[in-house]
Design a protein around this ligand. Sequence first.
Ligand code: RUQ
Ligand code: CUA
Ligand code: CA
Length: 654
Amino acid sequence: MAVSKNEAPASATPTDPARRRFLNTTTLAGIAGAGLTMGLAGCNESGKPTKAAAGGAASAPAAAAGEAVEYSKYEVPPGQLDAYYALSSGGHSGEVRIYGLPSGRLFKRIPVFNIDCLVGWGITNESKKIMGTNADGSLKYFTGDTHHVHPTYTDGTYNGKYIFVNDKIHGRLARVRLDTMECDRITEIPNVQGFHGVFPDKRDPVDANINSTTRVFCGAEFQIPTPNDGHDLDKPENYFALFTCVDAETMEVRYQVKVDGNLDLIATSYDGKLACSNQYNSENGVHYEQMMTAERDACVFFHIERIEAAVKAGKTFRIGNSPVPVVDGRKAANADPKTALTCYVPVPKNPHGVNASPDGKYFACSGKLSPTATLISNELVLKWFDGGLKEPRDTVVAEPEIGLGPLHTAFDNRGNAYTTLFLDSQIVKWNVEAAIKSYQGDKNAKPVVDRIDVHYQPGHGFTSMGETKEADGKFFLSDNKFSKDRFLPVGPLHPETAQLIDISGDKMKLVADHAVYSEPHDSIVIRRDIIKTRQVYDVAEFPNAVKDPKDCRVERNGKKVTVYLTSQAPTFGLREWTVKRGDEVTIILTNHDKVQDLTHGFAIPKYNVNFIVNPGETKSVTFKADKPGVYWAYCTNFCHALHLEMRSRMLVEA
Ligand code: RUQ
Ligand code: CUA
Ligand code: CA
């Protein structure tokens, strides 16, 4: 970027980093339609920082309005590497992405729930097996909606082993290995719809020796008849939602908890004892206006040790044909705190997002329809479960007014929280201790310490390492839902903006705009030294590997034909092979090149075959040879000076 300092012209010209001329038009239209009565004085078209919702705290001017930003400080020059990986969900693209920060350079798109013809995800037999197939071998689902990505922990920080991601559409949990950055498991969660929030635990609730992730918790957002088999179709009073625990290693569903109302995002405590979820539809409404009737919904806490003891003791029931044990976590069944499995902490209406502070002390649950964030004490929730507190609400230690449409909160290492304000199009920085003092009645305590405009309507926001005890307080990334005028227009669907904010000083500084393909929700900003990747597989890792190029051959078993192939630049192990029309052909291809990045592709015209084999890797495809003729199978991935010549003939006899 040539701009070395912010010249901040007053008009909305393309050089104004703070231009906001389209601000809020969409949101205002939506809100007006929803008939909300909350104060919208803060939303305006001119883009001045709002005052109405700030709870009296002075609106600090955004850095872009005054202070010069040395943008070049945040660039990554040619040949140098980024300091962080950002692992980001891809929303309804069904994938996960990896990019570098601070550069914002996209490195990789990891197909998970989607079909991807670059690597052959959804095309090869191995990927189909992970994704799940029908009896005829076709994919059970080929769409997905990834929202939340969370890696495994050891000792309160990332261990670089796996990252988990949800599919909201079909209720699946996927796991991506962080060494190869490929999806290795997908589990379909029974009895739920709208599986949204996901978070791994950080240590075992009972065994102090297990200080790493062994469970993954999942929250279901949509209440449904359960089992969802056609009964009680229009009897919403009989619908319910479930909290689910999946084993992080086996990826098997361990148990479920029936709840009142619904669940949404998930957070877990650093001591391993608690998981929690914000709940916005405590009303059990099926239409949005019904979901907004109660003044308060809840943040629901799960006492993991007790839930697991109840499962072990067989205090469970089953739903339909599902083998998964279910315990009853509804309020009525958990009236005595001393034995309760769950605790429903009332929070202002329709909260969204719950996040644990890196010191392990608090959970921040955002208001969404209330201009507040509710701070709940981990210690006090445990005290309530011990019978030491009267009301669940007594676990709340602060509830600062921070702005309009608060959604997600991230933390630095200096006791500050950063919450995305969807309606205000801002990030608000608030101090946790000041918020607690103010809640205790200290009139001099000012929770809000800074605000910065983002462009526009942020959903999630994340700090570098902020979801670990190693939060470093360096960067905040704002994943915004609208970019509008920030980039060259590309037709009806604009890219999203991911804006990088330097949070190392007192004032937040907007330092970069990155365009992102629709539509990331969650990102994890993880120090690069934590991730250790591998580039070359060992041929022996694959049970179906063609171990030696000399083993290349064609085997026939009735109408089933298996073609054993290898690749070594610039050739495949067979120059041609012959099959008969109507044969079911399986091609097994092992790449014997061992040089880093020496990946080959394999495509067969007119047969929809297209996939890659990385160094040492084996993959296979199965298809019906239903078209006679000559088909040139060729290498699709540039590998060698003779890459174009790297091909073989498939002869299909009529
Ligand atoms: S939730 S912003 Cu899945 Cu907020 Cu997306
Ligand atoms: Cu092998 Cu191109
Ligand atoms: Ca509600």
